[in-house]
Design a protein around this ligand. Structure first.
Ligand SMILES: [Fe+2]
Length: 297
């Protein structure tokens, strides 16, 4: 039986047990898991022995598989999958290495952005490698009335990068792009406050990372407001973490959270290697499209 337990010692998030995605799972069980995911914004399901194809099919239940802009990191036979790793071969990391160690929202530099990201743990370093998440729904709810009214209808300009660190060789900037990838970058616009299509909850969207301005507002005032909201959201009472160990499935709802990775040194042996498969999706779960009743995305 599917059971949900709050993540221990964390202000939000859920661990789901009683399901085995290495076997065929009923549509109703998939809906149950996805509803728990949307309610809780981050989710971990441990002990899921999945090969690449099974993992990819499972993630396809959460939305449409997204092929990442950074095409040189895609796996050849499974192009929706990126490795996240500190393993180096021939002097180069085998996947995304340090490009996510700042607070951000996945692919908010596209329209639409990602709706969810689901990772599968493969190798895990001694000492751990947590990913941190900020509950931007709770952060929104905790704002004073006046601030909520001020920001509810604002539109934010996004493009690729980290507005706090534009030095592409830095460890806290966004993953460095190649020339043809830079050519695809455009400005896109998203609401500052997103209404979740399934839960109807409002959340601060993308107030860190790829947000660079607010429509109709002078730049210094816009950055000041985005920074104020980011600092508010990143208070400890809104921040949780989990660690993806081998065969763990970890998922985050990108409409309801900000997140950042832990920076690791390049692995020198088997004891300190990290490898995680990552797929992000856009849009709605195919089994639940008719439940997306709240407009705004
Ligand atoms: Fe990310």
């Amino acid at each position: 039986m599917i059971e949900a337990t709050p993540l221990a010692d964390q202000p939000f998030g859920v661990e789901v047990t009683g399901i085995d995605f290495s076997r065929n799972v009923s549509d109703e069980d998939i809906r149950t898991v996805i509803r728990l995911f949307y309610e809780n914004a981050i989710m971990i399901i441990r002990d899921q022995e999945l090969d690449l194809d099974r993992y990819e099919r499972l993630v396809g239940q959460f939305g449409q598989l997204h092929h990442h802009l950074i095409d040189h990191l895609r796996l050849k036979d499974n192009p929706a999958v990126l490795n996240l790793s500190n393993i180096f071969q021939n002097g180069k990391p085998i996947g995304g290495y340090q490009g996510a160690s700042f607070w951000h929202t996945d692919v908010a530099y596209e329209d639409p952005g990602n709706s969810a990201t689901i990772v599968h743990g493969r190798e895990w370093p001694e000492g751990g490698c947590p990913t941190y998440f900020c509950d931007t729904r709770a952060a929104y709810d905790a704002l004073p009335d006046g601030m909520r009214k001020r920001i509810d209808s604002l539109t934010v300009l996004h493009h690729y990068g980290n507005r706090d660190d534009l030095n592409e060789d830095s460890t806290t900037s966004a993953e460095k792009l190649q020339g043809h990838q830079k050519d695809q970058i455009q400005n896109v616009f998203h609401p500052l406050v997103k209404v979740h299509p399934f839960t109807g909850r409002k959340a601060l969207y993308g107030v860190a990372g790829s947000s660079f301005g607010i429509v109709g507002m002078p730049d210094d005032e816009a950055i000041g407001l985005l920074d104020e909201l980011k600092i508010h959201a990143l208070q400890p009472q809104f921040v949780a973490s989990f660690d993806c160990r081998p065969n763990d499935l970890g998922a985050w709802d990108t409409y309801s959270t900000l997140h950042k990775a832990t920076t690791l040194k390049p692995a020198v042996g088997t004891h300190d290697r990290r490898l995680v498969w990552r797929i992000s999706v856009k849009g709605y779960p195919p089994l639940m499209a008719d439940e997306a009743v709240h407009a705004s995305v």
